[in-house]
Design a protein around this ligand. Structure first.
Ligand SMILES: C[S@@+](CC[C@H](N)C(=O)[O-])C[C@H]1O[C@@H](n2cnc3c(N)ncnc32)[C@H](O)[C@@H]1O
Length: 246
């Protein structure tokens, strides 16, 4: 018997043991370099889809004031616990990025671990671009990564599956719509996981990979950002981009 959970309700417990924090650091450093600091005040950085707070922690360690936004309460709880010693530097908000609303503008924003893939429709992606445009002043950078559409045909599938299997989790990828690059990742967690009591848990995550061309088109339509590829950070499975507020 397995019980189905919403994305990250069960995974939040094991997420950090599978997460590659070192890989996120290069992206954080690149963002911090890209932010123009015109005054001595601390930089205010938005961590979109902040999850368990790994990126927020790296940003805070670089001296930023961080606003972490995530829609998963379980991921936010894990972040709150981890970031308790940084509470003067990090604020965590339970929001859906499609309805992002902040009380103050930010100097830059970041979204890692292909979290933007959860936006499976162009219209949702455009909404998030609009929301970001509202919180980032002119010249501010938004750095993000994106699942490379060729990754599912490469060794990535076997590597990813092995990485999760090491934690006792069965990880399976399949295309829902190959042409539109819509996919589904299914996670099965063992029954002794403390978050799910004695039952085996299943989570189904639906996402979409966006090609570089699609991303350029989406950012161009809005006209509020200029998008650049960031080849220096690229990995076999992830492409990186920086969008600067126009
Ligand atoms: C793979 S985790 C990445 C966490 C973090 N960025 C990191 O690199 O460690 C994806 C996160 O995106 C969040 N997420 C997905 N869709 C979202 C949305 N529409 N609004 C806010 N958060 C979202 C999930 O709740 C989850 O915490």
């Amino acid at each position: 018997m397995s019980r189905e959970f919403e994305p990250y309700a069960a995974l939040s417990v094991v997420y950090d043991s599978v997460s590659n924090v070192a890989a996120k650091k290069a992206a954080v450093l690149q963002l911090m370099q890209a932010v123009h600091k015109e005054s001595n005040k601390d930089l205010r950085i938005l961590d979109l889809a902040s999850g368990t707070g790994n990126v927020a922690l790296l940003l805070a360690a670089e001296g930023a004031q961080v606003i972490g936004v995530d829609r998963s309460q379980t991921m936010l709880r894990a972040a709150q616990e981890k970031l308790a010693p940084w509470s003067d530097r990090v604020e965590l908000l339970n929001q859906d990025m499609r309805n992002l609303r902040l009380s103050e503008a930010c100097d830059g924003a970041i979204c890692l671990s292909f979290s933007l893939c959860y936006l499976t429709e162009d219209s949702e992606f455009v909404t998030v671009i609009d929301r970001l445009a509202n919180v980032l002043p002119r010249g501010s950078p938004f750095l993000f990564d994106m699942l490379n559409a060729r990754a599912p045909d490469s060794d990535w599938i076997a590597e990813e599956s092995a990485r999760w299997a090491n934690r006792g989790i069965d990880w399976k990828f399949h295309w829902l719509d190959r042409e539109k690059l819509k996919y589904c990742i299914q996670y099965r967690l063992p029954g002794d996981n403390k978050a799910i009591m004695k039952e085996q848990a299943k989570e189904v995550h639906v996402g979409r990979a966006y090609t570089s061309r699609e991303l350029h088109d989406l950012f161009d339509i809005q006209g509020s950002f200029v998008l650049e590829d960031l080849p220096s950070l690229r990995t076999p499975s992830l492409d990186y981009y920086i969008a600067r507020r126009n």
